[in-house]
Design a protein around this ligand. Structure first.
Ligand code: AMP
Ligand code: ZN
Length: 111
């Protein structure tokens, strides 16, 4: 989608520190990390909210979770990690292209 920063990263128009890519998703380092390790897992299909998921997108999000589970140790997260999906204004969602934050590399504060 035009004017979407994550679509531009997917298209290779903006550089990113990529750790994984396949035909339906990309995983790269967050530019402003909120933990020692902070990755973003992003579907190549542009949609902003979980409410926009049809069955096909739901299956894609499930595969993204599966991929994180498969790769987490490779990404330095063997001791545990946290997933965050910000949805809408109150959550402070700033990029309106669905993404799963993957945080770890340290003990994470809960509050
Ligand atoms: P959210 O607030 O959940 O929408 O998260 C958006 C995240 O995208 C933030 O943590 C930003 O630091 C991150 N971000 C924005 N632009 C870039 C970029 N060009 N490369 C990597 N991460 C980015
Ligand atoms: Zn997008």
């Amino acid at each position: 989608m035009k004017d979407c920063i994550f679509c531009k990263i997917i298209a290779g128009e903006i550089p990113s520190a990529k750790v994984y890519e396949d035909e339906e998703m990309i995983v790269f380092k967050d530019i402003e990390p909120k933990a020692k390790i902070h990755l973003l897992c992003v579907p190549k299909d542009h949609f902003a909210l979980l409410t926009e998921m049809d069955e096909k997108r739901a299956a894609l999000v499930a595969r993204m979770l599966r991929k994180i589970a498969d790769k987490h140790a490779e990404w330095g997260l063997a001791d545990g990690y946290r997933l965050v999906v910000n949805q809408g204004e109150n959550a402070g969602q700033t990029v309106h292209h669905l993404h799963i934050h993957v945080l770890g590399g340290q003990t994470l504060p809960w509050d």
